[in-house]
Design a protein around this ligand. Structure first.
Ligand code: XLS
Ligand code: MG
Length: 342
């Protein structure tokens, strides 16, 4: 049985790199109340989603405020899935966090990473996510391609030493906002995991759009991590080609790809060990405020509809086609199933 999660950033005011906000804001509580009504089970967090002014707070103040958020989640019957350090907005992360050329900035990034772990503990979850937004280079000669990988492994080691229970999910993306990411694909993340002091606590979160941006197939990427026992999170969405990260509705561009993502997750009992099917979808800039949760409902509807298609998938028929090496026949069946003709 799949359980679903979203993050508060999935509902936003519509500003983008080329234009201002087009609608008003919802409070955090208004968002999670609607998420619960829509059928969401858990909330994804950045550290400062839970504790907005954390930079100006002591570690104990941060934990105390996070505990208030836990009480709020409890009142709505919601769980926390993960807490991710936001290492791309603060002035200390202009040149990256863990891989910044500034020692002070690298220390800031580690401070935020450790506070994210404190907040995760206070929210009752044992996972953090590293989306390495600005880790890498915009000018190749500005950093050593070898040193930044070692800095990433060192940061992970410090996080693993700081808390003996935390599990880290590396959410890879090949670019944007950074030009050349230090850890661009899920395969790189698995290599980084193996290089840490405790690989059993470093896994991956695969985002549909991020795989597409790397020219890779999302379902195949999920399968690769599942084969290694290292797929601990997903962000389902969609992407129209290799351009800026669009965080489109799940299935909006490629329903067959979406079908195969749900199929591989279902066939390998994803969610059976406490994982969540995460959505990472953004409201269209054109959407009016009073209707700015529709994309969450749409993406959830598509995921559940595709789950129903997988439940109806005729594995015996597929086996016959495979035995006969008649993949045209199999492909026709899959397309008919997806189109509702079967
Ligand atoms: C980017 C990431 C980021 C999350 C994790 O796609 O999902 O938005 O919030 O930091
Ligand atoms: Mg994401």
């Amino acid at each position: 049985m799949f359980k679903y999660s979203v993050g508060p950033w999935n509902v936003h005011e519509g500003a983008d790199a080329y234009g201002p906000a087009t609608r008003g804001s919802f409070t955090f509580e208004e968002k999670i109340k609607r998420f619960k009504e829509i059928g969401i089970d858990a909330i994804q967090f950045h550290d400062d989603d839970a504790v907005p002014n954390m930079n100006n707070m002591t570690e104990s103040q941060i934990i105390a405020e996070a505990k208030d958020v836990k009480a709020l989640l409890d009142s709505y019957g919601l769980k926390a899935e993960f807490v991710a350090p936001r290492l791309w907005m603060d002035p200390h992360t202009i040149d990256g966090g863990f891989t910044s050329n500034s020692k002070e900035d690298r220390e800031f990034a580690l401070w935020r990473a450790k506070r994210s772990i404190d907040i995760a503990n206070a929210l009752g979850c044992d996972k953090t996510v590293l989306w390495l937004a600005r880790e890498g280079t915009i000018c190749p000669e500005s950093k050593s391609q070898v040193e930044i990988v070692k800095q990433l492994v060192d940061a992970l080691n410090q996080m693993l030493e700081y808390d003996k229970n935390i599990k880290v999910m590396i959410e890879t993306k090949p670019n944007e906002p950074i030009d050349r990411n230090v850890c661009p694909t899920l395969g790189h993340a698995l290599a980084v995991s193996a290089a840490t002091v405790d690989p059993s606590r470093v896994g991956t979160l695969l985002e549909t759009a991020h795989a597409v941006l790397a020219g890779l197939d999302p379902a195949a990427e999920m399968g690769f991590a599942l084969a290694m026992g290292k797929l601990w999170g997903v962000h389902l969405n969609d992407q129209n080609g290799m351009k800026f990260d669009e965080d489109k509705n799940f299935g909006a561009e490629n329903l067959r790809s979406a079908f195969n993502q749900i199929k591989v997750l279902k066939e390998h009992n994803f969610c059976a060990n406490g994982e969540y099917i995460g959505l990472d979808v953004k409201t269209m800039r054109t959407q009016k405020m009073e209707d700015s949760f529709r994309h969450i409902e749409t993406s959830l509807k598509v995921a559940k509809a595709l789950e129903e298609k997988v439940n109806r998938y005729d594995y015996a028929f597929a086996e016959e086609c495979i035995k006969d090496r008649n993949y045209e026949k199999l492909e026709c069946y899959v397309l008919e199933l997806i189109m509702g003709l079967k």
